[in-house]
Design a protein around this ligand. Structure first.
Ligand code: ADP
Ligand code: F6P
Length: 335
């Protein structure tokens, strides 16, 4: 993958910026942090790393970053800055205090690497306090509107597919049906990509209704044509446990011992793929380039292989639809 970079402004209007990672961690966040730090320093801008997302910001933790602070991290999973969920940041008065803290430290712009919730916080911080922010989409869920891709998604899908390949070995040895539950609170992107890439017979996503009857029919059709095992990929949805629910319903219909395997946080860890390192590098650098040139109130993303800037108003709270008919195609390919 090589992304196209449009000719964005290259002027330098800010003197000092900070960067934080927020929400669920995602492989490739370190590549983005490294790009923010190295791009900023290359342009003569001071860069501070804020540990633990908005929580570290509220504690006034601003660590000066040097070229060597981000050495040897591009290949590491997780985030060296650490991340957090910070309910206090939902309060307007707290966000005002955060803007004051940033200003008191001489910081005049903030890069936020995270998901939709983190962008909501950044957008409110900016709108209420006129403090410039720029978002970088980092979440394994790939559920951010107006960007084709998010940092961490590719690695998470590859991790889940590797797990499915292993499950398939034991499933076929024992002639069993397996329900593999993957992450995806509100979206089926991981389930869909994992299911298609792993050759699953059925893919259950939060965006589309499913019936036990249909899953049952698919398994039985497979048995009739000589298939002895099946893999069903299930997105966890709002609360984990959907795989177990479906397994119990299948037992009631006479299926023997469907097994459930919940991949959980395994999908969030591990070394980032080449794709996510590249994505983190391009998006982190472009976010910094735009922010120091005076552009803010939005995120950088990818559209048709091109790095783009999108205002928060077109991103936050918006749903990114799954490709039409993709689950249907998956079931044809696995029939
Ligand atoms: P993600 O960024 O991955 O979607 P969360 O939804 O957990 O993750 O949000 C991360 C953090 O962003 C929250 O812990 C909170 O600090 C901040 N945030 C989320 N929603 C809001 C909101 N409505 N207003 C202000 N800050 C928010
Ligand atoms: O990173 C996004 C996500 O992985 C969701 O798919 C999942 O439901 C959630 O985070 C769980 O994260 P945590 O255990 O950190 O709350």
């Amino acid at each position: 993958m090589m992304l196209e970079l449009p000719k964005f402004p290259t002027s330098v209007k800010l003197k000092s910026i900070a960067v934080l990672t927020s929400g669920g961690d995602a492989p490739g966040m370190n590549a983005a942090v490294r790009a923010v730090v190295r791009y900023g320093l290359a342009k003569g801008v001071s860069v501070y790393g804020i540990p633990k997302g908005y929580s570290g910001l509220l504690e006034g933790q601003f660590n000066p970053m040097t070229l060597s602070s981000v050495a040897n991290i591009i290949q590491k999973g997780g985030t060296i800055l650490k991340t957090d969920r910070c309910p206090a940041f939902m309060k307007k008065s707290v966000r005002k205090e955060a803007a004051n803290l940033l200003r008191r430290h001489g910081i005049d712009g903030l890069v936020v690497i995270g998901g939709d919730g983190s962008f909501t916080g950044a957008s409110l911080l900016e709108a209420e306090n006129r403090f410039p922010t720029m978002g970088v989409p980092g979440t394994i869920d790939n559920d951010i509107a107006e960007t084709d891709d998010t940092i961490g998604f590719d690695t998470a899908v590859n991790t889940a597919i590797d797990a499915i390949d292993r499950i398939r070995d034991t499933a076929s040895s024992h002639d069993r049906t397996f329900l593999v539950e993957v992450m995806g609170r509100n979206s089926g992107w991981i389930a869909l990509s994992t299911g298609i890439g792993g050759g699953a017979e059925t893919i259950i996503v939060p965006e589309e209704p499913y019936t036990i009857r249909k899953i049952d029919e698919t398994i039985r059709r497979g048995l009739e044509r000589g298939k002895s095992s099946s893999i069903i990929v299930v997105a966890e949805g709002k609360t984990s446990g959907r795989g177990r629910e479906i397994a119990e319903a299948l037992i009631k219909l006479g299926h023997l011992e469907p097994k459930v395997c919940t991949l959980g946080h395994i999908q969030r860890g591990g070394a980032p793929s080449a794709h996510d390192r590249m994505l983190g590098s391009f998006l982190g650098a472009t976010a910094t380039q735009l922010l120091i040139a005076g552009k803010s109130k939005g995120m950088v993303g990818v559209k048709n292989n091109r790095v783009v800037y999108v205002p928060y108003s077109r991103v936050i709270g918006k749903k990114k639809a799954l490709p039409a008919n993709a689950t249907h195609l998956a079931s044809i390919l696995a029939s």
